[in-house]
Design a protein around this ligand. Structure first.
Ligand code: HEC
Length: 163
């Protein structure tokens, strides 16, 4: 969709803009050797347990997408709705506030869009059973995945008590 095209464009520009100066960790410290690193996305620094929570949620996004695609291929809209619901706004609360509070505003907004798009897929699959609509919604969803991946990377830092 055009809206997403725009969104991706803006985020890519944001990432390039940051990279052109230098990349900074979320905490405001310059990242060592960052200028040599071809990966110029904004670095979010998280200890192992918090990074794990975020990445585990990412992998669950893929699980839900796989089940949605499989359901659509077989006109099984109940499976589509159930899979989408697992990653809807209810699931957003799985990342505790102490971790969410460390994440930048744009990151939180994009994550919010992902969850509300899963909500929409679940609701509409249940009430309309329209494959074309679900595919459009998946297109929107991927737009948010792409935008965020183009902008951020996560660096694993030591647990606070190991510093
Ligand atoms: C709000 C930002 C954001 C959104 C939205 C987002 N991701 Fe991610 N995702 C990340 C970041 C940051 C990483 C870590 C990338 C890195 O460090 O290179 C990541 C990593 C991943 C990984 C790798 C997981 C692992 O175990 O290493 C997968 C798979 C993934 N995302 C899938 C998705 C899918 C599918 C969507 C959309 C439904 C999505 N993500 C949406 C930020 C996001």
């Amino acid at each position: 969709m055009r809206i997403n095209g725009k969104l991706v464009g803006i985020c890519l520009m944001g990432a390039v803009g940051v990279g052109a100066i230098t990349a900074w960790a979320a905490g405001g410290e310059p990242v060592p050797n960052q200028l040599k690193d071809p990966d110029q996305r904004i670095v979010l620094q998280l200890p192992p347990d918090e990074r794990h929570m975020v990445l585990e949620e990412m992998r669950n996004f893929v699980v839900a997408i796989q089940e949605i695609a499989d359901g659509l291929a077989r006109d099984d809209f109940e499976q589509v709705a159930t899979a989408a619901r697992t990653m809807g706004s209810g699931a957003a609360n799985e990342i505790p506030p102490r971790v969410v509070n460390k994440l930048p505003e744009t990151f939180k907004q994009l994550a919010g869009k992902v969850h509300t798009t899963y909500d929409a897929i679940a609701l509409d699959a249940g009430s309309m059973a329209d494959t074309q609509l679900a595919l459009e919604q998946l297109g929107d969803l991927y737009g948010y995945c792409v935008a965020c991946h183009a902008t951020y990377q996560i660096e694993k830092i030591p647990f606070p008590d190991e510093k």
